[in-house]
Design a protein around this ligand. Structure first.
Ligand SMILES: [Zn+2]
Length: 252
């Protein structure tokens, strides 16, 4: 079972984009950093995308997670355990990644999104991809923000709210911000296109998610690689401003 994707390269960073979720590869010579890894069912797609850019899975020096939702952690956890690759996320996110608790929309609250156009197709799709898997990742550590020694020299930009320990990552040499679900540009259950907040029921703390747009606005990058949706070019201040406009109290 494979899922189609497109790959967009900006500098040394590659956005791999499926209909439902994205992941990112950062290249430094022979070495790679993988940021997020799709659903459990995307594991083969992540491996294929690595070959598509001329690498092998063994080139991965480390995996970073923006946050521990199943659509970002699932494939990454499987690749990490199969190939014994070290995985890091924000210190606050580590217990979430280990599944000491789960800050994810529960099946009981799914009706909050199922009324949306496209939601039923999305639900079928993510069920096929292992979206109901509640497993975590045991071998995960907290990154040292002052010294993230991985290919591409990622810089952690804490962006809590979507989950308590969500982190975005700046790839300085490529001018790319990997924003995870702190700021997205599209989603199968959203009719909006362009920078936006993910629909409200998916975020643990919506107010904190809005506050984290300030952190994104202050990042010096010209390209946004979101967790969902297409690549977006422009200033992070503009991206954050557009997303803020989608976040009014009357907006879902
Ligand atoms: Zn998420």
């Amino acid at each position: 079972m494979t899922t189609p994707y497109t790959i967009t390269r900006v500098g040394d960073a590659y956005l791999v984009s499926t209909r439902d979720v994205n992941w990112v590869l950062v290249e430094d010579g022979h070495d790679l950093t993988l940021i997020d890894g799709g659903y459990p069912g995307n594991t083969v797609d992540v491996e294929r995308s690595i070959r598509d850019i001329g690498h092998q899975v063994r080139d991965i020096r480390g995996i970073l997670l923006t946050h521990a939702h199943v659509d970002h952690l699932g494939g990454a956890a499987r690749i990490a355990s199969r190939h014994s690759i070290d995985t890091w996320t924000g210190p606050v996110e580590v217990p979430h990644a280990r599944r000491d608790y789960l800050q994810q929309l529960s099946p009981a609250r799914l009706p909050l999104v199922l009324w949306r156009r496209g939601a039923l197709g999305w639900l079928l799709d993510i069920t096929r991809l292992g979206g109901t898997d509640r497993g975590g990742i045991d071998q995960v550590g907290a990154y040292d923000a002052s010294r993230l020694d991985l290919p591409g020299s990622p810089v952690a930009v804490p962006t809590p709210g979507h989950t308590d320990g969500h982190t975005s990552y700046l790839i300085p040499g490529s001018g790319v911000l990997v924003s995870g679900d702190a700021l997205i540009t599209g989603h199968p259950v959203s009719r909006l296109r362009g920078p936006q907040l993910i629909v409200r029921p998916f975020s643990h703390d919506r107010d904190a998610t809005v506050d984290s747009l300030d952190a994104i606005a202050s990042v010096d990058a010209g390209t946004l690689f979101p967790g969902h949706g297409a690549v977006w070019a422009g200033s992070m201040r503009d991206a954050a401003g557009q997303a803020r406009a989608t976040a009014g109290p009357w907006r879902p």
